[in-house]
Design a protein around this ligand. Structure first.
Ligand code: FAQ
Length: 311
């Protein structure tokens, strides 16, 4: 009977029908989705920290207001995604616990420090740019609540990407010191942005099954290639130097060839040994503990409302 259910499930996916929370699904589909969606949510939330670092130091009131709004958007993305994972039968508290104890991952990029204002430009441009590249394809993911969250999130992310590029444009066309700041941020954030797409397809543990079930719609390498290709002209337009000296147009493939990522650095960072891993989690733990009274108050209020309704 399980075999027949599995076949019907795959056919439904092949017909491009969405899977909804109350539909039958294989346990491995449910678990894989909980893993990916919750890690995605954690990335949005931990991603607030490197940018939050510059809210008090933004160079003008306008830049500060824009950055504040962007960071709030990321918090909102985390909330949609946690809600979408909750429809699969896991609680928010369990997901937070997995993050804080290191069982669940979040995007490696957020373990790099933001040292200059240029880094805020580079994050908006490259990190949000890489995130959109991936998320545009995830709008067609097979799980309904995840797909709908992605549609909304993508709209906001493309706006974020533009604000980052606009910061880079201002710096690249500014004084010599500003131009150097833009180049330095590009140099430091380019390679870690490529790592956001995950290991090569051949090394990717989850890809084959996620592609079959259409949780993922494109592979790590094909999305990374798209991002590499689109970034070349953006760097040229800024008048900056490409950090990858091996970048070269390949007429036959119709894509750019590029240098190899430092995979040792990637695995070090995702295994907890990046520059900021400990700091990021400690900050999250502190904020969570400081916010406990808000959750307690909310729970006590909900309890009172429930009791009032019963009488
Ligand atoms: N960092 O078998 P695969 C954003 C892990 S949103 C850390 O290829 P999969 C917005 C992977 O989890 C950015 N870990 O895995 C923003 C797995 O470990 P596990 C987040 C990574 O899932 C901007 C293991 O390696 N976006 O930035 C990374 O098929 C600015 C094996 O890898 C998403 O999460 C990595 N880079 O493919 C916010 C999109 N790469 O779980 C604030 C949704 C791989 O077995 C400011 N997620 N790993 O312990 C995905 O599309 C996929 O999960 C991938 C990885 C592509 C990230």
């Amino acid at each position: 009977q399980e075999k027949a259910l599995l076949e019907a499930f795959q056919q439904k996916i092949d017909r491009e029908e969405k899977i909804e929370p109350k539909d039958w699904m294989p346990e491995a589909y449910r678990q894989n989705l909980i893993r990916q969606i919750s890690q995605h949510a954690h990335s949005e939330v931990i991603g607030e920290q490197p940018e939050g670092n510059w809210i008090t130091r933004a160079p003008s009131l306008r830049r500060k207001a824009v950055l504040l709004a962007k960071v709030q958007d990321e918090a909102g993305h985390g909330l949609y995604l946690y809600s979408s994972a909750e429809t699969l039968g896991i609680s928010r508290a369990e997901m937070i616990e997995a993050l804080q104890t290191g069982k669940a991952k979040y995007a490696s990029i957020f373990n790099y420090p933001t040292q200059t204002w240029g880094d805020i430009g580079a994050i908006g441009w490259l990190v949000d740019g890489a995130a959109i590249c991936n998320q545009v394809s995830l709008q067609r993911t097979s799980y309904g609540p995840y797909s709908r969250a992605m549609i909304r999130i993508c709209k906001e992310e493309s706006f974020h990407q533009r604000q980052g590029y606009q910061i880079m444009l201002a710096l690249a066309n500014g004084s010599e010191a500003q131009r150097q700041m833009a180049q330095d941020s590009l140099n430091r954030f380019y390679w870690p942005s490529l790592m956001m797409f995950g290991p090569h397809d051949a090394e990717s543990a989850h890809s084959a099954r996620s592609m079959q079930w259409k949780i993922k719609r494109e592979t790590n390498d094909s999305l990374r290639q798209k991002f590499i290709d689109q970034t070349v002209q953006q760097i040229e337009f800024l008048g900056l130097e490409h950090p990858d000296k091996a970048i070269k147009w390949n007429e036959e493939r119709g894509h750019y060839d590029s240098g190899e990522i430092d995979w040792e650095e990637f695995y070090n960072v995702i295994n907890g040994n990046g520059h900021c891993n400990r700091q990021r989690i400690q900050h999250h733990v502190n904020a969570h503990e400081e916010g406990a009274w808000v959750r307690d108050a909310q729970n006590a209020h909900s309890e009172k409302v429930k009791q009032r309704q019963q009488h």
